[in-house]
Design a protein around this ligand. Structure first.
Ligand code: DGL
Length: 274
């Protein structure tokens, strides 16, 4: 199966990393819209237009499914993409929400994301759609994206920033915390350490990218997206081809891409979308 994945930039490679771990024999075509990142501060209308252009490019590469790695696009544009294209379109919101509901025993859930993701209310809607009455506490965490891009994923500065974003959520006694942005998995260790320090009760971190990859793995194996069950069994073995496309080659983009992906990338091709 040919899986097309896109994101506003290179952060979506954290989702590709999980796909290569859990669906490792599948071919992946990745598009990072590096010329127009960030999407998280833009209007819904503009994000929808950009998302349509990214998906159109992937479909020209004859992908069988489209994976929206970007939380912002998943939050404000996925319904439109599902209407515009006939191939299955997967986003990160529903799998992340499902996993959070599954592990949080009816207690409040927290989410960190971009302004667009938080303002969309998409995670809250996904929780309601699951039939859950759980409270969702949302926190926009705009400083985390530049910190990750700068490579500041450990130490006092990111720790202080994370603390500021976590405190309001912890006052609401959250039991699970969704990492609602492609960049945050790189801060997962630090976030978990802070949660341990600050919270009296354990808070489990949910990586939406992992939840999506687990869902997709079930879809590929059974032909249906896996809902609330936990994935069991060995990961599919092998290493499918990975092609990476970007809309600009900004400074340090290869180093950054490899950091998100967690492996070296042979070739990154620059393309024009419009
Ligand atoms: N990829 C975006 C997300 O997951 C983060 C970066 C951006 O704002 O474009 O929401």
């Amino acid at each position: 199966m040919k899986i097309g994945v896109f994101d506003s930039g290179l952060g979506g490679l954290t989702v590709v990393r999980e796909l290569r771990r859990l669906c490792s024999s599948e071919e992946i075509i990745y598009l990072g819209d590096t010329a127009r990142v960030p999407y998280g501060i833009r209007s819904d209308q503009v994000v929808q237009q950009y998302a349509h252009e990214c998906a159109t490019f992937l479909l020209k590469q004859q992908v069988d499914i489209v994976v929206v790695a970007c939380n912002t696009v998943s939050a404000v544009a996925i319904e439109q993409l599902k209407l515009d294209f006939t191939v299955p379109v997967f986003g990160v919101i529903e799998p992340g929400a499902e996993e959070a509901v599954r592990i949080s025993e009816g207690k409040p859930i927290g989410v960190l994301g971009t302004f667009a993701t938080v303002e969309s209310g998409a995670y809250g809607r996904a929780i309601v759609k699951l039939g859950s009455k759980q409270v969702l506490e949302s926190q926009a965490a705009p400083l985390l994206v530049p910190l990750v891009e700068e490579g500041w994923i450990a130490g006092e500065v990111p720790r202080q920033v994370i603390r500021r974003y976590l405190e309001p959520l912890l006052r609401k006694n959250i039991r699970a915390l969704i990492l609602g942005c492609t960049h945050y998995p790189l801060l997962k260790e630090l976030i978990e350490a802070e949660l341990k320090q600050l919270s009296k009760t354990p808070v489990t971190v949910v990586d939406s990218g992992i939840a999506l990859a687990e869902n997709l793995r079930q879809y590929i194996q059974n032909g249906t997206p896996g809902a609330l069950e936990e994935v069991t069994g060995e990961p599919i073995t092998g290493r499918g081809k990975l092609s990476v496309y970007v809309t600009d080659t900004p400074r340090r983009f290869k180093t950054l891409a490899e950091k998100f992906l967690g492996e070296q990338i042979g070739n990154i091709e620059a393309i024009k979308l419009v």
